[in-house]
Every structure is written in C-alpha cells, then in structure tokens.
Ligand binder design. Structure first.
Ligand SMILES: *[C@@H]1O[C@H](CO)[C@@H](O)[C@H](O)[C@H]1NC(C)=O
Ligand SMILES: *[C@@H]1O[C@H](CO)[C@@H](O)[C@H](O)[C@H]1NC(C)=O
Ligand SMILES: *[C@@H]1O[C@H](CO)[C@@H](O)[C@H](O)[C@H]1NC(C)=O
Ligand SMILES: *[C@@H]1O[C@H](CO)[C@@H](O)[C@H](O)[C@H]1NC(C)=O
Ligand SMILES: *[C@@H]1O[C@H](CO)[C@@H](O)[C@H](O)[C@H]1NC(C)=O
Length: 354
C-alpha cells in the first residue's frame, strides 16, 4: 500500500468513526465545545443552536421537564426559569415546555390576591369620571390621594425630561425620592405578595434585597430608548409618566394618577372615550402637551404599588410577550417589552392590550 492509499484509508476510518458519533451525545454530556463533531452537548449549545438531537433525552438535567420555574440550579447544565433568557442558559425545551407553564390559573390567583390586598385602591365613591364631557375626572377625593405610596409617586412625576432624546439628569434629592418611593411600596402587602410569588416560582432569588434590585432595574435605572441615543428614559418614566417623541407622538403614560394630575394642571385634554372594561380598565384618547394619543389604557383608582406589581410580574413571567390572566372574573391581557439593546431587564413598556 503506498503512502497515499494508507492516508486515505486513515481518513476514511476517521470519517466513519466521526460519522458514527457526530450526531449523538452518547458519552459526551457536559463536554466542552468540540469542533470535531457536528453538534454539541453542553448548555451553550442551546444558545448557539447546535445541540445534538438527543441532547435533551440523554444529558441529565438538560431538559425542563418537571423543572419549569425552578430556581437556578448549578448542578444542572441548563436552566428553566425566566432569568435563563437573560443569561442565555435555558434548556433547549424551555420555550416549548415552560412558557405558558406558569399557568393562567397560577397567574390569575396571584393577580387576584394582589387586587384583594390593594387596600390603598380608591373606592368607587372616591372619584367620578365623565366620559361624555370635556374632562374625564370630575371628582377625586383628595384625602384618598394622601396615602404615602400615592404621595411618593406624585413626588417622582416631575423628575423626568419627558422628551425622548433629551438626557435625564436626576439630582441627589430626586434619587432620594426614588429610594423613598421604592421603600414605601416594597413595604405594602401587594409587594410582599409579589415577592413571595416570584421567589416561590423561581423567577427571582429568594432575597428581599434581590427583589429591590430587580425593581430598581426594571423601573428606575436609566437607559437610552434608542440603541444609539443618549440616556433619556426609564421604565417608570415611560409607563407612569409618559414620553413625547418628536412633535407627533405621545408614548407610554399608563397611570391614572398622572392622567388625573396632568388634566387638572391643564397639560392634558381628554378627547374621547374608547373602552371601559372591568375591572377598572379604561382606554381614553387625549392630547398631552397638544399631541394626540388615540388610545392609552390604564387601571383606574388602583394604587401605584398595584400597577407596578402587576406589570413587574408580567415582565418577569412573560417577557416580551402577552401576559393573560383573569381578574375579578374578567380576562386581562398585558403586553410588556424589555429594552433589548441594554443587558439586564429594563421595562421599555408595559400596557393593557385591548
Ligand atoms: C358630563 O359632561 C357633559 C358635558 O359637559 C354634561 O352634559 C353631563 O351632564 C355630564 N355628565 C355627568 C354625569 O355629570
Ligand atoms: C393630607 O395629609 C396631611 C398630613 O399628613 C394633612 O395635613 C392634609 O390636610 C391632608 N390632606 C387632605 C386633602 O386630606
Ligand atoms: C375620602 O377618603 C378618606 C380616606 O380614604 C375617607 O376617610 C373619606 O371618607 C373620603 N371622603 C369622602 C367624601 O368619601
Ligand atoms: C425564602 O426564605 C425564607 C427565609 O428567609 C423562607 O422562610 C422561605 O421558605 C423561602 N422560600 C422559598 C420559596 O425558598
Ligand atoms: C440613531 O440611528 C438612527 C438610524 O439608525 C438615526 O435615524 C438616528 O438619528 C440616530 N440617533 C442618534 C442620536 O444618533
């Protein structure tokens, strides 16, 4: 046999050998990336989309079967809770098995519990709206707005430059207002229940300081709204205060207290009424600083902690998708979005889909 023939035999045998194992994780679970094979068998393969087809079946713990929502488990090659999306270490069957696994029932149960615990919510007699007049809010009981979480929210409303593209600069005292507000809402039963639900279902670590950090990041850490822009926005500013984009667009503004106060201050003109839906959800059209928004849904009369709790749960459980549940026997659908061009999870928007 000449050298040439011998070499090609070696190549052929190697080829056969590789061929036999190249599509399988047999004996390879957890092995580092190996270019000699066509597919891989470690948790990174999920991210790179090059797992062998038998990876889920063969590699122990590589599947989300019976693990949906479980806390981060370092003994497992991949994870099955919402943060895995951020960290890129979800098991390959996470999407198919787990999204939707935090069942509508479990979600509805916690949302109803939050509603029942929202003792700060205004009673029906504490406010009146007139959907056919020129003003939406015709009466609000001022004493009912005097609660600490309401006052904390109201303090924050004037901290932001509402124009998209203009850099936010929060002063030391404004940052202290953020801290105070966060402390105040985190002390409510609504937020305690929110934390318990998120920790028990594995969406966050079981630590109140981690919960506080998570809320800070979701709502208050500043970010650039456009991927190449200046640091001009935050989840709180967008959802609770509202933003103006150019001369034609109002975006965000999904909080009834901000709507009421801006209407009272003459910055907002109610235009028409679109939808009212129980429980306490309305979607009016209005002008804000002269710019029209054709539909901006929000909860009416609820406390700031309730709105932020509901949106936060939807963000963490149904990131970038529809969060559907029932509340007071009514179907509710909330859409949330993450700011994708910044790592971590900052709320880009959160609103009722209707
Ligand atoms: C609502 O406003 C309209 C127009 O101003 C008025 O005619 C009507 O009486 C008001 N309705 C109530 C219930 O106050
Ligand atoms: C709000 O509370 C303060 C004291 O905390 C009180 O002086 C004030 O009268 C209250 N305002 C209303 C409208 O109840
Ligand atoms: C206004 O709200 C306060 C506190 O919630 C309550 O005690 C009071 O009775 C309400 N006033 C009216 C007129 O309903
Ligand atoms: C969270 O920690 C507390 C103690 O800090 C404990 O009582 C509770 O059972 C833990 N919950 C979960 C879901 O691990
Ligand atoms: C960001 O990029 C977009 C197009 O990609 C451009 O229209 C916009 O002016 C840029 N903004 C800034 C602040 O550079």
């Amino acid at each position: 046999m000449d050298v040439h023939a011998r070499l090609s035999l070696v190549f052929m045998l190697c080829g056969l050998f590789k061929e036999g194992l190249s599509d399988s994780c047999i004996g390879r679970c957890g092995e580092g990336a190996n270019k000699a094979y066509n597919c891989q068998c470690n948790s990174a393969c999920v991210r790179y989309n090059d797992c062998c087809s038998d990876y889920d079946a063969l590699c122990p713990g590589a599947t989300c079967s019976r693990r949906c929502g479980q806390s981060h488990d370092t003994t497992k090659p991949c994870q099955c809770n919402a943060p895995c999306v951020t960290y890129g270490d979800c098991c390959s069957d996470y999407q198919s098995l787990c999204q939707g696994q935090t069942t509508v029932d479990a979600l509805s149960a916690v949302m109803q519990d939050l509603w029942n615990s929202d003792t700060n919510r205004l009673s029906d007699s504490d406010y009146t709206i007139n959907t056919t007049g020129s003003r939406l809010f015709t009466y609000v009981n001022q004493t009912a707005l005097n609660k600490t979480t309401f006052q904390g929210l109201i303090c924050l409303l004037d901290n932001y430059n509402i124009r998209v593209g203009q850099t936010e600069q929060l002063t030391t005292s404004e940052l202290a207002e953020v801290d105070d507000f966060l402390n105040t809402i985190l002390a409510t039963a609504v937020m305690t229940k929110t934390f318990n639900f998120l920790a028990e279902s594995g969406y966050i670590t079981n630590s109140t300081s981690v919960f506080r950090d998570t809320m800070m990041e979701l709502w208050f850490n500043l970010y650039p709204r456009s991927s190449n822009g200046t640091t001009d926005s935050s989840g709180f500013e967008h959802v609770m205060v509202g933003e103006l984009k150019g001369t034609k667009t109002v975006s965000g503004l999904h909080n009834w207290i901000q709507f009421y106060l801006e209407e009272k201050n003459g910055n907002l003109q109610y235009a028409s009424f679109l939808i009212r839906k129980e429980p306490n959800i309305i979607a009016p059209a209005f002008f804000w600083h002269g710019i029209k928004k054709t539909k901006s849904p929000f909860f009416l009369g609820t406390s700031p902690e309730f709105d932020m709790a509901v949106y936060s749960i939807c963000c963490l459980v149904y990131r970038d998708s529809l969060c559907k549940f029932t509340l007071q026997n009514q179907a509710v659908s909330i859409q949330t979005w993450d700011i994708v061009h910044k790592s971590g999870y900052q709320v880009a928007s959160a609103y009722h889909k209707m």
